[in-house]
Design a protein around this ligand. Structure first.
Ligand SMILES: *Cc1c(COP(=O)(O)O)cnc(C)c1O
Length: 376
């Protein structure tokens, strides 16, 4: 059997262990410490956000962002349907109701058209949304210019889920810095990883200061344990932050490698009309976290996404259908949805290909050949 080709596996740069060793040598084996402060500085410098809080996960960052915007039971939050469940689950943690918005075809992200439809209808029912969560899925920038123009009309704050989009920019501005708050993830399969972790970024210092406070059990300033708020244990540890500092040193290389993967696949399937990719719009720069293909079985002699997925699995190549939209998930079956079936169709026809920055050209060729064997 050929060796396994993973969808997106961790790729250390070499310096991570030095930061972790320093934490051991100085006995900062604790939550918080110099590596946490250092990673926050690195993230601020890289994204251009004025403030960053390193947290235990991207999910906890979304949860704290909702709390910062005052989202509570009975509120409505608009969320991109085509995403990972972690974008939407924190809405439920707060007892609020998610309202799901379909994708548009250019970027696969939140449709500005259905976003505005939903806002107008909810306002007419006296259910004005408290927040909006667009996502930069697979690292492809959403249409933030249009989205920000719409929310400005109705004065609704934005939490940008940039968990998959560290290194992506739109008109030179980092994904995650368009909204009031931005969310990053360093989970094991993301473009860089701390084995697990995330961050909340914002230009609003108060949001970040209060998030750090809530993320460390909301301890009031007193010699004893005194609490005036419900707290959370959401801070990143100084050990994992050390991995993060090492990873930040190679982030630009990782983006370049993932973009190389995308170009490699695109060139390989240039002659195949039934295989298509999501392109960058003018002004957009995608980190190409995962390269995804759409399979149009009308143009592949009937060969479907599933035919390809199963063939790759047999070749010991990990691949995955695109995210199943939230409005089709059993847990969110009752949530309102605005759209026309775009995300549903992407889910039906789409496949994520192996996209790790540690893949060799030999690996990429193995993937391409296995797919061509199905198509030819
Ligand atoms: C990974 C991911 C998250 C959650 O991040 P974690 O660090 O795994 O909690 C949120 N949204 C999207 C779109 C993601 O891909």
């Amino acid at each position: 059997m050929n060796n396994k080709i993973w969808l997106s596996s961790p790729h250390m740069g070499g310096k991570e262990q030095e930061f972790v060793k320093e934490a051991f040598d100085t006995n900062w084996v604790a939550p918080l410490g110099p590596n946490v402060d250092g990673l926050e500085k690195d993230l601020e410098a890289f994204t251009g956000a004025k403030h960053a809080a390193a947290l235990s996960s991207g999910t906890s960052a979304i949860h704290l962002a909702l709390i910062m915007l005052g989202v509570k039971a009975g509120d409505y939050v608009l969320c991109q349907s085509f995403t990972f469940s972690a974008s939407a689950n924190p809405i439920a943690y707060q007892g609020a109701t998610p309202v799901f918005i379909d994708s548009e075809k250019d970027t696969w992200n939140m449709s500005p058209e259905y976003l505005e439809k939903a806002i107008i209808e909810l306002i007419s029912k006296d259910q004005k949304p408290k927040a909006i969560i667009p996502v930069h899925l697979y690292g492809v920038p959403a249409k933030m210019d249009e989205i920000m123009a719409i929310v400005a009309k109705y004065d609704i704050p934005v939490i940008e889920d940039a968990a998959e989009a560290l290194g992506s920019t739109l008109n030179g501005k980092a994904c995650g810095t368009y909204g009031q708050l931005g969310v990053l993830s360093f989970n094991g399969n993301k473009i860089i990883t701390t084995s697990g972790g995330g961050a909340l970024i914002s230009d609003n210092e108060d949001y970040i200061t209060r998030s750090r406070f809530l993320a460390t059990q909301a301890r009031d300033n007193a010699p004893h344990y005194q609490h005036s708020h419900i707290g959370y244990n959401y801070r990143m540890s100084n050990i994992t932050a050390g991995i993060g500092r090492g990873q930040m040193l190679v982030l630009n290389d990782r983006v370049a490698q993932r973009r190389f993967n995308f170009e490699f696949y695109k060139k390989a399937f240039a002659g195949y009309v039934g295989i298509s990719f999501v392109e960058e719009l003018p002004g957009a720069f995608a980190n190409r976290w995962l390269t995804c293909i759409l399979v149009d079985s009308n143009l592949t002699n009937g060969k479907t996404r599933e035919d390809i997925r199963i063939a790759l699995e047999k070749e010991n190549i990990e691949c995955r259908p695109l995210w199943k939209p939230m409005h089709l998930q059993p847990i969110f079956a009752d949530a309102p949805f605005y759209g026309d079936g775009t995300a549903e169709k992407l889910f039906k026809d789409g496949l994520c290909l192996p996209s790790g920055s540690n893949l060799t050209e030999k690996d990429l060729n193995r993937v391409v050949e296995a797919i061509k064997l199905v198509l030819n």
